[in-house]
Design a protein around this ligand. Structure first.
Ligand SMILES: Cc1ncc(COP(=O)(O)O)c(C=O)c1O
Length: 360
């Protein structure tokens, strides 16, 4: 029986959903949403705050400040409230209302940036705003998740060993890329492991994290409007980019089976499922990471008007064929082999771009 006195002391690290019955192929989804911050960002937040404490950067007058699309902001709000620090989150208009309210309920101050930067994202504008505040008052302590090594070290120390413990025969790991803290921590850990693991980064179309053309991105969490400073592509075997419409279809497909996940989980599952269609064999051990749960997205990804306004009224229709196909696959998994119906589906949509990293 876990009994805790600080909210960040509890974090479920050993829960996986077997997606075989839903996707018709084996994929284990590591659930990172079961903690008091509701997301994987709790790990990075703890690591960064505690390393700032160790370095003597935080005093009782300090005001933590961070640019976040939401989840790190919530995690820092939880930790700041627990440890007695003030926290100011600089976010942007893509941040879900419930996420903002959550941070405020935890006692944090939230500033919302509404102007896009030159790359068509908000990141540059958010960072400029944080820099200006830090220059104006020395009490501000910016943890800077984009550059702070504690961000990837958290996953090197916790997320990756948790996966390794449960899947000693792991073959392929799918990790969504935002700051690339999760990706780099896991990739570095598995590079040193007892067997090779294929590391597949999953990004959003419109993100420039791995190069490519900037474009509209409405779902927070994954994707960047600049190259992530933490990213070292020599650790990444492959990059997949997923259209937001595919993300939404994957989220709804999981929700119809009772699993309400956040947007980035839809992206990772869509990317992983397409990859397994093309490359998978039934005995491949594949794991994907689900960074959060779906309740924060009820007024966006799970709301009909929002979906229709942004993606058109047919956005969910393409999924019906997929669902039938998956159900057939689940009934007769021998039919699901690399390159057959799945590969056709991927090329139909034309929406998954993949590329070999320097390791392959
Ligand atoms: C929901 C969600 N998914 C994925 C990510 C990306 O994780 P990372 O920043 O470690 O790349 C984030 C980061 O904030 C997130 O909030």
């Amino acid at each position: 029986m876990p009994v805790i006195s600080a909210p960040h002391s509890f974090n479920e690290g050993q829960l996986y959903v077997d997606l075989q019955p839903i996707l018709g192929r084996s994929l284990y989804l590591k659930c990172e949403g079961f903690n008091f911050a509701g997301s994987i960002k709790l790990k990075a937040a703890i690591e960064m705050v505690e390393s700032a404490e160790r370095d003597g950067l935080l005093t009782k007058d300090s005001v933590l400040i961070e640019s976040s699309s939401g989840n790190l902001g919530v995690a820092l709000s939880v930790i700041a409230a627990s440890k007695g620090y003030r926290f100011l989150c600089v976010t942007d208009s893509r941040c879900n209302l419930s996420t903002r309210l959550l941070m405020e309920a935890l006692g944090s101050e939230v500033h919302v940036i509404a102007d896009l930067d030159a790359n068509g994202g908000f990141l540059g504008a958010r960072i400029d705003y944080v820099r200006a505040l830090c220059a104006s008052d020395e009490r501000y302590v910016w943890l800077s998740q984009y550059t702070n090594p504690g961000n990837w070290q958290a996953h090197y120390r916790k997320t990756a060993p948790e996966i390794a413990e449960q899947f000693p025969q792991l073959d392929v790991l799918f990790v969504g890329a935002g700051t690339t803290g999760t990706l780099m921590g896991c990739a570095r850990y598995f590079r040193e492991w007892h067997r090779p693991v294929r590391i597949v980064a999953v990004d959003t179309v419109g993100s420039v994290a791995f190069g490519g053309t900037p474009g509209r991105r409405m779902i927070p969490g994954l994707g960047m409007s600049m190259r992530p400073p933490l990213l070292d592509e020599s650790y990444v075997d492959e990059v997949i980019q997923v259209e937001e419409a595919d993300t939404i279809r994957a989220c709804h497909r999981l929700a119809r089976r009772g699993f309400l996940f956040g947007g980035s989980t839809g992206t990772v599952v869509s990317g992983a499922s397409g990859w397994l269609d093309r490359h998978g064999s039934p005995d491949l051990t594949a794991v994907a990471i689900a960074p959060d749960l779906g309740e924060r997205y009820l007024d966006t990804i799970y709301q009909q008007t929002w979906l229709e306004d942004l993606y058109g009224d047919r956005v969910l229709h393409g999924d019906d064929d997929e669902r039938e196909e998956a159900d057939d696959g689940a009934r007769d998994s021998e039919e699901v082999t690399a390159g057959s119906a799945g590969a056709e589906r991927a090329s139909h949509s034309g929406e998954h771009r993949h590329r070999r990293g320097s390791r392959s």
